[in-house]
Ligand binder design. Structure first.
Ligand SMILES: Cc1ncc(COP(=O)(O)O)c(C=O)c1O
Length: 371
């Protein structure tokens, strides 16, 4: 902020935020026009069931039924205040004091705070070179205290997408632990970037692979409407004690003070349920950024989804390295804050001119280090 004040916004290249830069798709604006010019059903701006409008839940359920192997119905969906609201509602519903939640490094930093909010304890799983979770580490930390595992693919901060095999391995370890400890472990799949995927790798739905698999998602990135705060929780048809869980979600949504997700936002997404921002634009930003940085000598695992790159820091200390970039008026985030020390995060959800203006600075800094 200070840099922008001192040098002017256009002279600081800011890659530090995860805010969608693309415009929402046309269907979204058409839906907005339709709602504002159409008939106004009575009570449409009032409170509703805590789970959200049945009609909106129906649309989400239909979409998930089409794309998954489960038959999802509107009662299996709870509309939430973004994916963030979804995760908080889930954790509030399932955690007892000091229950442990396994989080895969590198992670979305808010997870720890969400777990803290509901009396849980975060336990961190190490990662492999390709940013997949270390199975060895997972096996060593899963215990009788584990109540949940949060996975996030496509991933913030790495942009990596987990393969079906990786997700299946996580499920296997959770199932074995459930058997061993006679416990129940939930796998929460946080997937606001599911449709921001550039290699056509289809990611299976967690509830198709694992009984206690719960999806936490949102329209924040698919439709570029992060500020409208519309997300959802979805469970599959394999889950025993489904109703108990759904009741808990409803109660938590109410008592955490969300009450219900914003009414207007629900109606907007209902009418543009299959729409998607033009992801070819994200892909071309990714390609430009990736190929330029590789050419300059940065080490990067090519990300397959979301809108992040997570390169290795050319200096061992990633905080020091990001300070060097700052001198070139380039803002990125040190990996340490994501549990990924030795790396740094670039959000390429920025205008193309931010990318082109930054390239000299990225080159200058790595050249000065490598000599
Ligand atoms: C991994 C991850 N999970 C959850 C969220 C929160 O999403 P929402 O804005 O839908 O609450 C974000 C937002 O950036 C995210 O990156």
């Amino acid at each position: 902020m200070l840099l922008k004040k001192e040098f002017g916004e256009e002279n600081v290249q800011d890659f530090s935020l995860g805010n969608p830069v693309l415009d929402p798709p046309n269907e979204f604006f058409e839906s907005l026009t339709k709602i504002s010019s159409g008939i106004r059903p009575k009570g449409i701006h009032g409170y509703m069931q805590n789970a959200g409008f049945v009609s909106t839940r129906n649309e989400i359920a239909q979409k998930l039924t089409n794309e998954s192997k489960s038959s999802v119905n509107s009662d299996d969906i709870l509309i939430t205040t973004g994916a963030a609201g979804a995760i908080n509602v889930i954790l509030h519903s399932i955690l007892d004091q000091n229950d442990e939640v396994i989080i895969f490094k590198p992670y979305f930093p808010e997870y720890k705070f969400y777990v803290d909010n509901h009396g849980g304890k975060s336990v961190y799983c190490e990662f492999n070179e390709d940013f997949t979770p270390s199975i060895e580490s997972l096996n060593s930390i899963i215990s009788d205290k584990t109540k949940a595992i949060i996975l996030n693919s496509p991933n913030n901060p790495t942009g990596a997408t987990y393969s079906k095999e990786v997700i299946e391995n996580i499920c296997k370890i959770a199932s074995s632990a459930e058997e061993k400890y006679r416990s129940k472990i939930f796998i929460i799949s946080d997937e606001p970037y599911r449709y921001l995927e550039y290699e056509n790798t289809f990611q299976p739905f967690i509830f198709d692979l694992y009984e206690r698999g719960i999806v936490a998602s949102s329209f924040s990135k698919d439709l570029s409407i992060a500020g409208e705060r519309i997300g959802f929780i979805a469970i599959g048809d394999r889950l025993n004690e489904k109703q108990t869980l759904i009741n808990a979600f409803n109660f938590s949504n109410r008592t955490l003070g969300y009450v219900n997700a914003p009414a207007l936002g629900q109606r907007l997404v209902e009418n543009s349920i299959n729409a998607l921002v033009d992801i070819s634009q994200y892909q071309s930003k990714r390609d430009k950024m990736y190929s330029s940085l590789i050419e300059f000598g940065y080490e990067i695992i090519k990300p397959t989804g979301a809108f992040y790159l997570f390169p290795k820091s050319p200096l061992e200390n990633d905080v020091e390295f990001t300070e060097l970039l700052k001198k070139e008026r380039i803002l990125v985030v040190p990996g340490a804050g994501f549990g990924g020390a030795g790396y740094f995060r670039i959000s390429y959800s920025v205008e193309d001119k931010v990318i082109s203006k930054s390239l000299d600075g990225f080159k200058k800094v790595i050249d000065s280090i490598k000599g």
